[in-house]
Design a protein. Structure first.
Length: 482
């Protein structure tokens, strides 16, 4: 068989009706790379920037993010329902938001990593305002970017392909963010004679602003599903349809329960506990975190390219989700007993976590595919198509996960008397005693909760095919009637 030119393959404009050209799919995927550069940097490093650079207490930062997420309890469903109700002049529902929101979000992202020369109360106020505004605008963009999966094609298998490739793009964004710890190491800071706060600022500009500008490529993706009611449904109808979506609500509950885990950020664990020498080269905590995180993610990053095939052979999206959490529980328990205090122990833990990353890397594909299919089902059942509120619920749950996680981590650090000024291997005995079990076993609690909920998801392939066929027939009749 003749091999196809990869450049022609990825930039191909050709596709059958209802399917996504590879060029559009590539643009959508790269856009998610950019967006996740921004999100990964904010979610992974803003907390540490506030505690270690601005010297805001961990519990205060936890409350800032938690209050913002509580505000989301009001604005996320409202934003999603308004996006469902509104139509642009082009008749589109989501696509224009991918062009208009990124520049503003990017600028705010950079401003969130400025070390303002103010008193601590004013600094807290500035951070709170920036975070709240960022959070609202990001909600709109995120709903549009991920909601485009559901309208990219009327075919379930094709939407799964889109979900796979945009998830690959999102994961690539995480790789860029994963490089950041290298620039916090003593070797880098001393070599360039710069302060840590300056590195954070450059991160905000390059990963925050730069990532958002890249995300504008999503505008090249098309909406290939138009609802029969092009004027939009009423807010009441949209919320009523959401209440019928048991698949989405069950997935949302499972994800929220998963966040109820005690835990520590990787940077807090590695910088206080991990340091070793390889030959004449000294590896500090920041560099160790980068190396460990990169190697752990490699198997999952490779496996995700074969996700749709793997999931099909496994028996469906629901089975993938169950397998991923069982693997996470088992591998983390084994890792706990292996330990971390020597290089060989870390190597074994690395291998175990790498195995867990294979099904774990595919979870988001399953969540988004199941959500897109459930939107089809609700349209078939009620006549209302609600990508906006459906993906705003997903967005809301993601932020709830972050809020609960930040709050729990903040209180754990406070309870263990963590001192940011002593993080270089000199923390108090209580912290040093409990950090490993909390870091490695904490997520097991969330996995158990997740399994309890996700077991109730209904993933029926026969019904899915029937719904797709009947919706196609309805849409064709609707077009003929115009």
């Amino acid at each position: 068989m003749k091999l196809q030119n990869p450049i022609k393959f990825f930039f191909s404009k050709e596709a059958e009706e209802g399917y996504v050209p590879n060029r559009d799919l590539l643009a959508h995927s790269v856009a998610l790379t950019g967006q996740n550069m921004t999100y990964g940097f904010i979610s992974g490093w803003w907390f540490t920037f506030c505690t270690d650079i601005l010297k805001i207490s961990p519990d205060t930062v936890g409350w800032i993010t938690s209050l913002s997420r509580l505000w989301d309890a009001v604005n996320d469903p409202l934003i999603g329902s308004l996006m469902d109700k509104h139509r642009f002049k082009s008749g589109e529902k989501l696509r224009p938001y991918t062009l208009y929101t990124p520049p503003i979000i990017g600028i705010i992202s950079a401003l969130m990593f400025v070390a303002y020369a103010t008193n601590i109360k004013l600094t807290i106020a500035i951070m709170m305002v920036l975070y709240f505004v960022w959070d609202i605008l990001y909600s709109i963009q995120d709903v549009a970017l991920w909601g485009m999966i559901a309208v990219s094609s009327p075919h379930s298998e094709e939407r799964a392909r889109v979900a796979q490739w945009v998830s690959i793009g999102a994961g690539a964004g995480g790789i860029f963010v994963g490089l950041f710890p290298n620039f916090l190491g003593d070797n880098f800071l001393n070599a360039l004679n710069i302060e840590t706060k300056t590195v954070y600022l450059f991160g905000g500009i390059i990963l925050g602003l730069g990532g958002e500008l890249i995300s504008m490529l999503a505008y090249k993706q098309k909406e290939r599903i138009r609802t029969i009611n092009d004027k939009g449904d009423s807010i009441k109808e949209i919320f009523r349809a959401l209440g019928h979506n048991k698949v989405l609500l069950t997935i949302s509950l499972a994800r929220f329960l998963q966040a109820l885990s005690p835990g520590l950020d990787w940077i807090h664990f590695f910088e206080s506990s991990i340091s070793f020498d390889i030959g004449s080269k000294h590896i500090d905590g920041g560099n160790a975190q980068f190396i460990f995180g990169m190697l752990v993610g490699v198997p999952g990053a490779i496996a995700i390219f074969f996700a749709t095939r793997f999931i099909k052979k496994l028996g469906g999206m629901k089975k993938l989700l169950i397998v991923s959490q069982i693997a996470n529980i088992a591998l983390r328990i084994i890792s706990f007993f292996v330990g971390y205090k020597s290089l060989w122990q870390l190597a074994i833990v690395l291998i175990l976590m790498s195995i867990g990353s294979i099904p774990g890397s595919m979870m988001d594909i399953a969540h988004r595919s199941l959500t897109s299919d459930s939107i089809d089902y609700i349209e078939w059942k009620t006549g209302v198509r609600n990508e906006g509120i459906s993906f705003s619920v997903q967005n809301f749950i993601s932020k709830m996960q972050g809020a609960v996680s930040f709050l729990i981590k903040g209180y754990i650090l406070k309870f263990l008397s963590y001192d940011a000024d002593l993080k270089k291997y000199n923390q108090n005995p209580t912290y040093m005693k409990w950090q490993w079990p909390i870091f490695i076993l904490g997520p097991v609690v969330g996995s158990i909760f997740y399994l309890m909920a996700i077991s109730f998801v209904d993933d029926n392939p026969e019904r899915k095919a029937m719904v797709e066929a009947e919706l196609k027939e309805r849409r064709e009749k609707s077009l003929q009637a115009i």
